[in-house]
Unconditional design. Structure first.
Length: 546
């Protein structure tokens, strides 16, 4: 056998050794269809599908649909769309745990017949009370020593729908004194008279995840069952089930660190709570860490894959800085997002010496490096600039517009502020400026030295639009989840009535860098040419080295 390649994470090192020994690579991504996927799932998707691609293997998309009380077909469809959007394809390997319900049931009867499982009538509270603690062993159920015949009879009656929910469960018979609480006679089946989104009312008993997962892995001949670290304590049960049923396939379960990200939560339960309590607008709220939310905010799949690649695969949980994620998003968009100008807080500028037509047509490239062609920017007597780009009293080292000073209008002309117009309340309403025709960008013969450069939009031809600005959903790096409403950032969302150059509204372009403002995307739900809506994807900062 050759030496283990250096530079590979521990999972790829393991797979390399196994493939050299002749093991074909088959992985799986097994989401529950009870909510939308988040960026933590993206790490698992990239790992499972990624190693299958790298080693010439296959990856299943298998839905763990064992809890019909919380599952919905809309989540099945959303998860498939998310995996495809991230760039991965399962081919003909789309499966569901419910595909194997009959086989799972038969294996459960095997466990009963071999004396390894029993039907228990204790309530959930009684089982919790009898389970013990980390230092105190649990107490055997009074049902533990029932005969095989009695257990089979009860289990078959459970399947036949003869008992109400919570009356009985099927439990593994392992060891109530085990130091691993997961091994203290865990529940394998429970009664739930609920219609299943795929099997309808065929079943009224449903297997638990811990029982289902390992059996499905074996049935699909998964070569490497890759799980996050919270399942490490469940691995002995994974192995116990496969060791005690009549299957000759035993995949190894290998755990890796889950993804933690600052200023958000990575629990589907908590994300579901945010949605249910209307603390966000839905699963695709652009502040959410869901793939749907990130996509609507304008994050692209390649940025998420880059992020997952950079954080790597380790055995220790940690919280990743949001700045690294933002860097990956900026790096991706910097490369090819179209450029445009949008004024978020407009201040009118009137060029008092303008003598031409109402508007002139200037041209500018869509991108400084990509061959995207040019767009037409209307220019005329009345313009808008950002209110923050003017100060009546010029601060030290100020490089924007102030009375008597000059700036260059981006891709256009140099202007000088001559007069400040105010309303009765002393608020600045407009600026009267002189523009210098000989200072046209790219053809400047004026010899003037302006203080700086500001962006602008034609007042007459600019398009009214809504710009939605998003910040971190939570105030703290590691939010206190005991009170989600109190932990939320009250400034996580602002919207502004802005003015944008008309070319950005037309055409099929989606992603933009608004000059000096940040990266934005046309909102996938609310955008129309009659009512343009743009979401800020990420603020504009200098990219740090890769």
């Amino acid at each position: 056998m050759s030496e283990t390649p250096t530079g590979l994470d521990f999972i790829r090192q393991r797979i390399t050794r196994d493939t050299e020994a002749g093991t074909p690579v088959i992985t799986r991504f097994p989401p529950e269809p009870n909510g939308c996927l988040h960026i933590g799932h993206a790490k698992s998707i990239c790992l499972n599908f990624g190693v299958a691609q790298e080693f010439g293997g296959d990856c299943y998309l298998r839905f763990d649909d064992t809890n019909p009380a919380k599952e919905d077909v809309q989540f099945v469809e959303a998860i498939q769309a998310d995996v495809k959007w991230l760039g991965f394809d399962w081919g003909d390997r789309l499966t569901h745990a419910s595909d194997y319900f009959e086989q799972l049931y038969q294996f459960a009867e095997q466990l009963i017949t071999s004396g390894k499982a029993f039907v228990c009538s204790l309530s959930a509270d009684e089982m919790r009370e009898n389970r013990g603690t980390l230092t105190i062993p649990g107490t055997n159920s009074p049902c533990r020593n029932q005969s095989v015949e009695q257990n089979l009879e009860l289990f078959r009656a459970m399947r036949a729908g003869e008992f109400a929910d919570g009356t009985y469960v099927l439990r593994a018979k392992i060891d109530m004194a085990s130091p691993n609480i997961n091994m203290r006679d865990p529940v394998l089946y429970r009664i739930r008279h609920i219609s299943h989104q795929r099997t309808g009312n065929t079943w009224c008993i449903y297997p638990t995840y811990d029982y289902t997962h390992c059996v499905c892995d074996a049935l699909e001949q998964i070569s490497h069952s890759l799980c996050t670290l919270e399942f490490e304590d469940h691995r002995p049960l994974y192995d116990w089930v496969l060791d005690n049923i009549n299957l000759n396939v035993h995949p190894p379960q290998i755990e890796f660190s889950r993804l933690g990200l600052e200023y958000t939560v990575m629990s589907k339960r908590l994300l579901n709570k945010l949605v249910d309590e209307r603390l966000v607008t839905g699963w695709d709220d652009p502040r959410m860490p869901t793939i749907a939310g990130l996509r609507r905010r304008g994050v692209r799949a390649c940025a998420i894959r880059d992020f997952c690649d950079r954080i790597g695969v380790t055995k220790q949980d940690n919280t990743i800085e949001m700045s690294l994620f933002d860097f990956c998003v900026r790096k991706d968009l910097e490369a090819d997002a179209h450029r445009a100008m949008c004024v978020l807080d407009p201040l009118k500028v009137i060029l008092t010496n303008w003598e031409g037509e109402d508007t002139d047509a200037l041209t500018a490239p869509w991108h400084p490096r990509q061959e995207y062609g040019t767009r037409v920017m209307p220019f005329g007597k009345e313009l808008y600039i950002e209110r923050s780009d003017f100060e009546e009293v010029r601060p030290p080292k100020y490089k924007r517009l102030s009375p008597g000073e000059m700036v260059r209008l981006r891709m256009a002309f140099i202007i000088r502020c001559d007069e400040v117009i105010k309303d009765a309340n002393g608020e600045i309403t407009e600026l009267h400026c002189t523009y210098f025709p000989e200072s046209r960008s790219g053809q400047d013969k004026s010899g003037l030295k302006p203080k700086g450069v500001v962006h602008w939009v034609s007042a007459g031809q600019g398009i009214d639009c809504e710009v939605r600005l998003y910040e971190n959903l939570f105030l703290e790096r590691r939010p206190d989840t005991s009170d989600l409403a109190a932990a939320l950032n009250p400034d996580s969302f602002h919207n502004k009535n802005a003015i944008i150059e008309p070319a950005a509204v037309q055409g099929q372009m989606l992603h933009f860098q608004f000059e000096r403002q940040g990266y934005f995307v046309k909102d996938s739900e609310d955008f129309s040419e009659s009512r343009p809506v743009f979401n800020r994807t990420v603020s504009l900062r200098e990219l740090r080295p890769a």
